[in-house]
Write a protein that binds this ligand. Structure first.
Ligand SMILES: *[C@@H]1O[C@H](CO)[C@@H](O)[C@H](O)[C@H]1NC(C)=O
Length: 479
């Protein structure tokens, strides 16, 4: 029995076991006062039957008379922790003792026993201190916890966490805390004496939800055992959004070509802006800026949720060939942030204008003796379109004695005579001028000019007969 106990003792209290009389467990005589009170100590959790001490010997009792004196413990407890062997006065542990159960968290756990001997009656008080062993690990009230911290908090903000408890007392209670490695947080511990040590999470670097929306931390509590026992809690820090990002357009420059006469409802371009924030802070709405020209508001519209710019009115290249529209992307936060951008719309000409022919100078008639090359009229052509759509070629019928001669001036022609005229042959010409642009498909127009050939005295009177031949009968009277 006793040698078995030695083994137990080695496991729990190797240092004390050595030199312990009788090879007993922790039967250590601490001190003995005048009242003859004895004090022993024993580790908790030792096996039932473990020897605490030889009380009889410590009291100096005569072993031979012991049997008759009925040495016992007076106890009202139905579940006694200790008993004494009446024959030899040795104190034993009656059952495994859990210190935390018997003494809760109190720092010393002293069990007082009243022992009695008869013949003559003697009372001896015996105290047994149950020593703590590190049989409990620190624990947290929960296995995991979630914290919500705004990304606007400044470094230095402190968040008190729930403390870890360890049922063991003294050195075997929670001694320190460790926080898993993290750039944003560090740990401070507030020592509240008997109320334990309280971990405090300190923000040491600002949080940015846009770079990390949560942080997973592990807080470990350690007791003072050798080796220490520990307990963990997982801490999830959710970073709450604030509206710290404005929408950003995905393109630096928006530039687009749009055909003139594009039908109402045509999508000109879709702009896109993104906002890194969350929820309404990150929802983008599009609009034109306040400074937008009223005239442009009649031509273009913007879809506030999709960012599509849509044709709303008649787009006329001849009216304006380039528009610059100021748009804005704003988020939906209570205090919204916005970004502005220009959209350049270049209008592409389509061949929607026919050439116009104008006769600028015209003498109503031309003498029939005019020399070839005489200018009859000046013709100017114009086409509102640009490029090939506005490049005009002019022509007239081949079968008239007139020709078009290009003038030095652009888009001007002279209508000149090609050969001599003869009023007496043809006194009026109706000339059709054709103008055609080089667009695809091309548009054309025509104009008629009436040229009157005026008479010149180019004919001598002529006798209708020459020579006149007369036949006169002879014998006429004079007259
Ligand atoms: C806007 O840009 C973002 C990021 O490039 C993209 O995910 C999204 O699909 C785009 N939206 C539209 C409407 O193009």
């Amino acid at each position: 029995m006793i040698s078995g106990l030695t083994m137990e003792q080695r496991r729990y209290e190797p240092g004390r076991a050595r030199g312990c009389l009788l090879g007993c467990v922790a039967a250590l005589l601490l001190w003995s006062v005048a009242s003859a009170q004895l004090k022993y100590s024993i580790s908790e959790e030792v096996n039932e039957g473990t020897v605490v001490a030889n009380i009889a010997k410590d009291l100096g009792l005569d072993k031979s008379t012991l049997k008759d004196r009925k040495y016992r413990i007076v106890s009202g407890n139905a579940d006694p922790l200790f008993h004494v062997n009446q024959n030899d006065g040795i104190l034993y542990v009656s059952r495994k003792i859990d210190r935390e159960e018997v003494c809760a968290q109190s720092s010393t756990c002293l069990i007082n026993l009243k022992t009695v001997l008869e013949n003559p009656l003697e009372v001896h008080y015996v105290g047994v201190e149950v020593l703590d062993i590190n049989d409990n690990s620190p624990t947290f009230p929960e296995e995991e916890t979630t914290l919500e911290i705004s990304e606007s908090v400044l470094p230095g903000v402190r968040i008190q966490l729930k403390a870890s408890r360890d049922q063991d007392s003294g050195h075997f209670s929670v001694q320190h805390y460790k926080l898993s490695h993290n750039d944003h947080f560090r740990l401070e511990v507030k020592d509240k004496g008997d109320d334990g040590k309280i971990p405090i999470l300190v923000v040491q670097k600002s949080l940015d939800r846009e770079s990390a929306e949560s942080h997973s931390l592990v807080l470990t509590a350690l007791d003072g055992g050798k080796p220490p026992k520990s307990g963990d809690i997982d801490i999830l820090v959710n970073v709450l959004d604030i509206n710290d990002n404005a929408p950003i357009f995905t393109q630096d420059v928006y530039s687009v070509m749009l055909n003139e006469n594009a039908p109402v409802g045509t999508t000109v371009i879709q702009v896109n802006a993104t906002d890194l924030d969350e929820g309404p802070n990150g929802e983008v709405v599009y609009s034109f800026t306040n400074s937008m020209n009223k005239r442009l508001l009649k031509l273009f519209d913007i879809n506030q949720s999709t960012g599509e710019i849509i044709v709303k009115g008649l787009i006329d290249y001849e009216d304006k060939d380039r528009y610059e529209i100021e748009i804005r992307a704003s988020d939906k936060a209570l205090a919204p942030l916005a970004t502005e951008k220009s959209v350049i719309i270049r209008i592409v000409d389509v061949n929607d204008n026919a050439p116009e022919i104008e006769v600028t100078s015209f003498s109503s008639s031309i003498p029939e003796d005019s020399r070839p090359g005489t200018t009859v009229a000046l013709i100017s052509v114009n086409d509102l379109d640009s490029g090939l759509n506005g490049k005009v070629i002019c022509s007239i019928d081949e079968d008239v004695p007139f020709a078009l001669s290009p003038s030095l001036q652009d888009k001007m022609y002279s209508l000149v005579t090609k050969s001599t005229l003869d009023r007496e042959k043809q006194s009026q010409y109706i000339i059709t001028v054709f103008a055609k642009d080089a667009g695809q498909p091309s548009l054309s127009s025509e104009k008629t000019i009436s040229v009157v050939v005026s008479d010149v005295n180019d004919n001598s009177p002529e006798f209708s007969l020459s020579p006149y031949t007369f036949y006169v009968t002879e014998g006429n009277n004079p007259g």
